[in-house]
Design a binder for this molecule. Structure first.
Ligand code: F6P
Length: 378
């Protein structure tokens, strides 16, 4: 019998995960005569040794399915809730990896998963990873799979909001996912012609946003679409967050660390309602009625686009080849039309932000969108 490899999907689900699982499974079996087992629910399934053989029927008909047939979780190997305690379960995972006599473990996920996979690699596991997330924020890869589908869903949603905003002469503030990066918000805002696009990389001045909406009204446009990333911050909030992060860096003793952590948690809790706050600020600053739409997890669901299916299939097949070549401790990254293996050490602890000179930013400004901060851009 051929060698055996393990696969798991971790972190938030993303369209294209099943396409990647299928590609790994089919290419491992067909091209390299390797067996594949899947671990259920991310690192938790590896810890609890819950497996499924990925062969035949189970790999059939899943290319078009959203979500992940393996299930996922946000559990971390070194900080896993077990009973009433949070424990480091790395050794248990390594035992299970050896129990199946695995040649390699493929971890499919976003930034957090890359970090957790790297820890397992450092602990002796032959790890390879694939980059997936709707946020498109994984470092060292041009793009992640899941992003294109989420971008299409968010764009379609904003297209639909346009006609109702127009009919009621309203502002519609639409919140888009993306965690602390603006790829999804900027992309969907640009593709749908949003009038205002606010992303975390560009802290916004609410006065400038209101002014842009007022100017539109003077030109006879009594409605506006404001596309706001969930991680977007006003200038004041960005300043406060930066100060808190500095304090956390400087905190020496445990008491101070706890105090700053509590202040950061309070800041995050308050930020959860930022979009609602922005909507009512704009209502009072412009005199126009405003409504909020939070797209939320809709952006992660359903059928992956053709582009995501192709991308996940390319990455999955390249990953099976990397197992054969024994190129472990690496992420299979996208580089133009090709793929390349990048050391996980180069990936972890980084986040790919939207650069301020990105062509999407320039295009949004030149087509008249307000990005909320004339000082930083345009
Ligand atoms: O990372 C993907 C993502 O959808 C982010 O855009 C969002 O901030 C987060 O996950 C939501 O996480 P959860 O599904 O755990 O609520």
């Amino acid at each position: 019998m051929g060698k055996c490899i393990g696969v798991l999907t971790a972190g938030g689900d993303s369209p294209g995960l099943n396409a990647a699982i299928r590609a790994i499974g089919k290419s491992a079996l067909n091209a390299y005569n390797m067996q594949v087992i899947g671990f259920r629910d991310g690192f938790r399934g590896l810890m609890e040794n819950r497996t499924v053989h990925l062969e035949g029927e189970i790999l059939s008909g899943i290319l078009t399915l959203g979500g992940t047939i393996l299930g996922t979780s946000r559990d971390k190997p070194h900080k896993m809730p077990v009973g009433s305690k949070v424990q480091d379960m790395t050794e248990v995972m390594i035992d299970n990896y050896h129990r199946h006599n695995l040649e390699a473990l493929i971890c499919i996920g976003g930034g957090g998963t890359q970090k957790n996979a790297y820890r397992l690699f450092q602990a002796g596991v032959n790890v390879l990873t694939l980059p997936k997330t709707i946020d498109n924020d994984v470092a060292m890869t041009d793009v992640t799979f899941g992003f294109d589908t989420a971008l299409s869903i968010a764009t379609d949603a904003i297209d639909r909001l346009h006609s109702t905003a127009h009919s009621h002469h309203r502002i519609i503030v639409v919140e888009i996912m993306g965690h602390n990066t603006g790829w999804l918000g900027l992309g969907a805002g640009l593709a749908s012609g949003a009038d205002v696009i606010l992303i975390p990389e560009i802290p916004y001045d609410v006065g400038q946003v209101a002014e842009a909406i007022r100017r539109r009204r003077h030109r006879g446009k009594n409605f506006s679409i404001v596309a706001v990333s969930e991680g977007a911050l006003s200038r004041e909030d960005a300043r406060e967050l930066a100060e808190l992060k500095d304090k956390r860096q400087a905190a020496r003793d445990e008491k101070k660390q706890k105090k700053v952590s509590a202040a950061l948690a309070a800041f995050q809790a308050n930020h959860a309602s930022n979009t609602l706050r922005l909507s009512s600020q704009l209502e009072s600053l412009t005199g126009l009625e405003s409504r909020v739409t939070i797209l939320g997890h809709l952006q992660r669901g359903g059928t992956p686009t053709a582009a995501d299916r192709i991308l996940a299939t390319r990455l999955g097949t390249a990953c099976a080849a990397a197992v054969v070549e024994q190129r472990f401790g690496r992420m299979v990254a996208v580089k133009g039309e090709s793929t390349e293996l990048v050391d996980l050490a180069e990936v972890v602890g980084k986040r790919k932000l939207v650069p301020l000179d990105h062509p999407w930013i320039k295009a949004a400004l030149q087509t008249g969108a307000c990005l909320g901060n004339n000082v930083l851009v345009g």
